[in-house]
Design a protein around this ligand. Structure first.
Ligand code: NAI
Length: 332
């Protein structure tokens, strides 16, 4: 069966790593008609705006996208297109599986957790303003509807993936009303799912427990900001940002992308590790109903990573983006 998907190559290392992913999808024998569109800094260069209508139109038509990272100006300029896309399509669940990869030089060998991050509200609603000179304010929006929906997603994922525990990371000791509401919603869903163990941790303690005993985490349910920070931290437990994939899931549209950003420090040098985007592409294949190809792509990626000579520089190896991709292709 042929599939349709939108391709956003992205900024910085984006074009290098997404290219690896779509070449490997083809190599895995899955036919995808890609519609390429440009967003972020590439969108500004092509259309004069970071989120041109063609981006939204294409994703609305194909209902699935593979996306490279998009650059966001810091402290000024346009709103994050990443956040805007998640809001536009109500992609409420950000799902990031973090797994140890056998053979990689990492302190931890048995990490196997999934971060389920609320993706539409919290502090990322971007509702901020200056109330007076020298005084800035931002709103943290938490709704019962979104909190219940993400908690239900986390428990459904736990069932689907035969996971045993959901841990909520929160700060309801300080933000008693907002994080308190998030927690209340999670507790109600937990009560309806007694077969899955449920526990709660304050987010600062979560950050510490993650670097001491990461293997105790299974499904980690959290809000938008904590999820963003804990994702990078968790990536650091298994080899870094170069290896952790992700998905932004809504009711009928999904965008697949790595946890990492555009890595301007290494862009255009062939140094980027494409594993995170390749594994995001595998998640996309599963979403498209191609589980065999997804599993083959994941296995080939892991097999290539087992060879130290095939690894990219971030993992201590000599390979380039292109030679690593060729090593995966050879194993597919
Ligand atoms: P970053 O994730 O781009 O880079 C952090 C560090 O990790 C850098 O040293 C980089 O070289 C390294 N790194 C990241 N991905 C790598 C890969 N695949 N292979 C090897 N090394 C890799 O984070 P940073 O520097 O904070 O952000 C840069 C830009 O990316 C910003 O404009 C930011 O807004 C944007 N960004 C976009 C995201 C998205 O599109 N979803 C997510 C995070 C950041």
């Amino acid at each position: 069966m042929r599939h349709q998907a939108t391709l956003i190559s992205g900024d910085g290392i984006g074009p290098e790593v997404t290219r690896a992913a779509y070449e490997l999808i083809q190599r895995a024998g899955v036919a995808v008609d890609w519609e390429e569109v440009f967003a972020g800094a590439a969108g500004v260069a092509k259309h004069g705006e970071p989120m041109h209508a063609s981006v939204v139109d294409s994703i609305r038509r194909t209902r699935v996208a593979l996306k490279g990272p998009l650059e966001t100006p810091i402290g000024k300029g346009y709103r994050s297109v990443n956040v805007a896309l998640r809001a536009e399509f109500d992609l409420y669940a950000c799902v990031r599986p973090v797994r140890s990869i056998p053979g990689l030089p990492s302190v931890f060998k048995n990490v196997d957790l999934v971060i389920v991050r609320e993706n539409t509200e919290g502090l990322y609603a971007g509702k901020e303003h200056l109330i007076a000179k020298g005084v800035a304010e931002t709103l943290k929006i938490v709704t019962e509807a979104a909190s219940t929906r993400i908690a239900a997603y986390a428990f459904a994922l736990a069932h689907r993936e035969k996971r045993r525990r959901v841990t909520v990371a929160h700060k309801a000791n300080i933000m008693k009303i907002t994080d308190g509401l998030f927690l209340d919603c999670a507790r109600k869903i937990a009560a309806a799912n007694p077969d899955i163990e449920y526990n709660e941790l304050i987010v600062d303690n979560t950050a510490m427990q993650l670097v001491i005993r990461p293997e105790r985490f299974d499904v980690l349910l959290t809000d938008n900001l904590y999820g963003d920070i804990l994702s990078d931290e968790a990536a650091g437990l298994v080899g870094g940002l170069g290896v952790v994939p992700g998905a932004n899931i809504g009711d009928d549209i999904a965008i697949f992308e790595a946890v990492h950003g555009s890595a301007p420090d290494i862009a255009g040098q062939g140094l980027a590790n494409p594993v995170a985007v390749i594994l995001s592409a595998a998640m996309m294949l599963r979403h498209l109903g191609e589980p065999d190809a997804a599993t083959r792509l994941e296995s080939a990626t892991r097999a290539a990573l087992a060879d130290p000579a095939a690894r990219t520089r971030d993992l201590g190896g000599p390979a380039t983006t292109a030679t690593f991709t060729a090593a995966v292709a050879a194993r597919l």
